[in-house]
Design a protein around this ligand. Structure first.
Ligand SMILES: [Zn+2]
Length: 75
């Protein structure tokens, strides 16, 4: 056939994996943008706030421009 297989809703047989494949393209030339202040993010800040007993609760990723939290990660 040559066409791309349709994914989902029983359109033909699955070709190997049942999951849809997502193409991942590396684009180091693009700079991420803060969703809050829309400043470009050539870097982000990582903050590790201390819990009440000095126990780390994970990491916070901050926008260096507006300092809003972009995301959090476990340690
Ligand atoms: Zn920002």
């Amino acid at each position: 056939m040559g066409a791309y297989p349709l994914v989902g809703s029983g359109a033909g047989r699955n070709d190997g994996h049942g999951m849809s494949r997502i193409e991942i393209t590396r684009r180091e030339d693009l700079v991420a943008v803060c969703p809050h202040c829309e400043a470009e993010l050539p870097e982000i800040y990582v903050n590790k706030p201390r819990g009440p007993f000095g126990i780390g609760q994970g990491y916070l990723f901050l926008c260096p421009t507006c300092r809003k939290v972009l995301g959090a990660g476990a340690q």
